[in-house]
Design a protein around this ligand. Sequence first.
Ligand SMILES: Nc1nc2c(c(=O)[nH]1)N[C@H]1C(S)=C(S)[C@@H](COP(=O)(O)OP(=O)(O)OC[C@H]3O[C@@H](n4cnc5c(=O)[nH]c(N)nc54)[C@H](O)[C@@H]3O)O[C@H]1N2
Ligand SMILES: Nc1nc2c(c(=O)[nH]1)N[C@H]1C(S)=C(S)[C@@H](COP(=O)(O)OP(=O)(O)OC[C@H]3O[C@@H](n4cnc5c(=O)[nH]c(N)nc54)[C@H](O)[C@@H]3O)O[C@H]1N2
Ligand code: SF4
Ligand SMILES: [Mo]
Length: 908
Amino acid sequence: MIMWQSYRIRPILLTVGIPSDMPRYGTPDSPMGDGEGEFEGAGKRVRLLPNKGGEMTQATSSKSGITRRGFLKTTGAAAGIAACAGVAGTGIAVADAFNDSDRAEGGEEIFSVMCRSNCMGSCRWLAHVKDGKVVKLEPGDYPNDGYRGGCLKGASYIERIYSPTRIKQPMRRVSGSERGAGEWEAISWDEAIQDAAEHIKAAMDQYGPKSVVFDCASGQYGYFNGVYGQFTRLAGVMGATKTAVCYDYAAGYGINRVLGTGDWAYCNEPNSVLDSSMVVVWGTNPVFTAPQNWRWIQWAKENGTKVITIDPIKSATAHRSDEWICVRPGYDGYLALAMANYLIENDLQNTEYIMGSSTGPFLVKEDGTQLSTMNWPAEAAATYAATVEAVTAEYGPQGATVLGVALASIPVGYYVWDNATGAPVLADEAVDPALEGSFTTADGVKVTTAYSLLKERLSQYSIAEASRLTGVPEQRITDLATSFATERALSVNITYGLDHYVNGYQNTWAVAVLMALAGQLGRDGAGFTGVFTQTYTPALTTYWFYTPEFKEYNANVPNVRLAEMFETQKLEGADYPTKVLVSYCHNPMSNLTGQNEWINKVLPNMDYWVVLDMEMNDSARYADLVLPVASWYEKEDLRTAYNNPYMTLSEKAIEPLYDTKSDLDIVGMLGRALGYAASFPEETWNNTSYWMALLFSDEISQASGYSEERLRTEKVINFTGQEEGAPWIRGKSAPWPTKSGRVQLYYENVAPRLAYGQDLAARDPEEHIVYFQEPDEVGIDNPLAEKYPLVYLQEHSRFRIHTQWFETPVLRELDPEPQGKVNAIDAEARGVVDGDYIEVFNDRGHAVVKCLIDESIAPGIISIPKGWQRDQFKAGCYQEMTNPKTDKYADSIAPYDTRVDFKKWEGQ
Ligand SMILES: Nc1nc2c(c(=O)[nH]1)N[C@H]1C(S)=C(S)[C@@H](COP(=O)(O)OP(=O)(O)OC[C@H]3O[C@@H](n4cnc5c(=O)[nH]c(N)nc54)[C@H](O)[C@@H]3O)O[C@H]1N2
Ligand SMILES: Nc1nc2c(c(=O)[nH]1)N[C@H]1C(S)=C(S)[C@@H](COP(=O)(O)OP(=O)(O)OC[C@H]3O[C@@H](n4cnc5c(=O)[nH]c(N)nc54)[C@H](O)[C@@H]3O)O[C@H]1N2
Ligand code: SF4
Ligand SMILES: [Mo]
């Protein structure tokens, strides 16, 4: 309770001071994580829409409350669903899962909708609609009611729908006016689409189709109107460029090197932590950023699970944990490797797991490849080569993807050294496999076990140096390492604190290696949690390509390179004319790092910028054409979630307000205007039933009984294929998707996430075995520390999802202006007191914010919660200072790898 009140009533808190002993904050009070406390603490009910008559219901746990949380039993409704599983298309009636309509009051109609932001939640809400207006939003039920919930952002979406500042009609920058000057003319949709089509065609004709860039990120996760692909069809028929998103990719890229789970699919279902004896929350703040996930951790904690948070600041999550381990930013990778080394040096590693479930005993040749039936002995290698040739002959022309899949399906056997025979033997057949050692085969091939190579590498990482770098006492590090070895089931909650550094993927790669050596993977309660995504992806993401007009598009351009591309018209030294930008579900000017790069390199060099949005944020303000999109609840969509196991329907609750249109509608109009009528047929394009039929036409959907009818009736469908309540466990519910089916201690096929001509030849040979690389700026021995002594973090604010909700009144009431949070030591050293305005700066830019002295921020760090728009600052913007570099393997932004300083601001 203290935490939530203190967060809001900051001035009071400051006078009483913040005790730093953990136990005082140790007991969580709210079963909701986010949401509930906000209202309680505020001591009032918040009227969200005074003039529209809508009073918001609190995101309470009254229905799904704490008393029901632990049971995880199927409700009656869920049993109904279970009874219907697998019956789609058979004519058997589907269950009405929830009696949503019972919630209607006085002439209301209830619609099942879903929050579609990039919060790790996608909460289901019930929209109460009266006389064509959304008057109330309340959390909707789930078959497993532990997933029920929401937050004030979700509840206050109603204010965004009816915001007086919502973009109401297409707007064109007045000809001759400066970009960003705010001079607009309202135009009709016909004019707007014609304007966009003319500019796009002109660029295609003069510079080629790739000069037109479609760019989206994470604004909404609906399959029809969101980030998944309707614009990709347009890019594909044009042969244009579709940027690759560079947010949050380092975490998964690093973990993938061990688990083979791709960029996202490395986490167990959130409820899995109920089986954990320890949860280590490592560089993430789920109390703010993933409340649906935090709830399960909290319930686990109440049942005796120990929760430890590793974070440089005493985050909301750290406050609620049993223990907070304060680390210096940027060194988690080193910490994990030192712990891994400690396990081995003290014989604490899980040898059984390493032998049976990891590639530890696999043999690595001197050329860096693993000894396998692909390359040894000669007959096996010849057979493999012949198969590859046959597959290539059959699939070659159909492109790299088909070929890749086909090649991946050729079975490969890996060899271990069998002490029984003194020779390599296939892993599953060895009698007495060696875990360590170097050997020479009868035909003279020299091999070493992967484990031996790893062990040698890890020997460089000492507890003493880890302690020097992270600031954590040696004993605490060795105790934590021992917990990894001895806990019954340990899970690591990880999202993007470790990711947002230039060495991000090395941090998470190291943690995954530690987990593997400890054998804390693939069991109930063991593994990663944090971002539980699709265990199943229907035809969803590819159906947009099913059109005969489809040509190609380049999807390998990192969005972080746009500034350089617009400025130089090159990418990695090769010509790449870049002229027109179409942004949707992305606010690139605000969310891309190093904002002055955008201002100085993109804006002056861009021929034309179209932005599809609801609100006049930084990107829309600087666009040439703004197309107003319908809000989430004015267009139908569906999504398979993060952090819950459901595919969720979001119904259209009301008609699009003003002259707004759905994204689906807009791309259809644009596609036709550009001459691709066959790919954007007027008759079917806006018909979501048409798309759902396609969507559920794949084999898995058919076999699982997923159908439009079921979705429309049940609103949510569990897509894990597991019994309701039984958590999906990576590596247990399905085998590890690595080539060997084992977790990898050696990363054989080194490849960057995106290939766009970058030269990695010098580094490739070093990338097989985990290692640590210093962060780019924040390293403690970095020479920049002298000029810029402070590490600059930008917490993901509780009051926004990135830039969304940036001007929502009820949230601004609680969080009125940009703040810079610092420790009293750093403030005093600069003659700054709480409430002063300060200028935070480095060579890249500056921002003026109100200083908040906050003892939960360690000395040496300043944090400005992210997402404010430029005109919300007295000067500058929080995004001007951030480091725009990325590592070229993961290509993920590194905003926390930034140094700054601050001083008292004397301006007005
Ligand atoms: N300094 C710093 N920068 C960061 C980060 C950081 O930690 N520090 N974090 C980064 C991360 S992790 C991420 S994911 C990115 C997020 O970057 P973005 O994906 O840009 O995030 P948002 O601001 O949520 O949303 C983008 C836009 O989508 C719009 N939108 C919402 N719904 C719809 C819709 O239905 N249709 C259309 N056309 N538009 C819609 C919203 O109004 C908003 O303007 O920011 C990154 N930037
Ligand atoms: N309310 C809210 N929820 C959100 C979002 C939002 O903007 N607002 N954004 C959504 C999105 S797209 C994302 S990517 C996620 C992000 O979710 P999180 O990863 O939870 O978000 P961050 O605020 O980046 O929190 C990371 C935590 O890591 C800590 N940290 C920073 N550097 C280090 C380090 O070097 N080591 C360690 N151990 N810890 C470090 C920070 O102090 C912070 O407490 O949240 C999602 N949910
Ligand atoms: S912002 Fe996140 S927690 Fe809040 S309602 Fe949306 S999905 Fe749920
Ligand atoms: Mo993100």
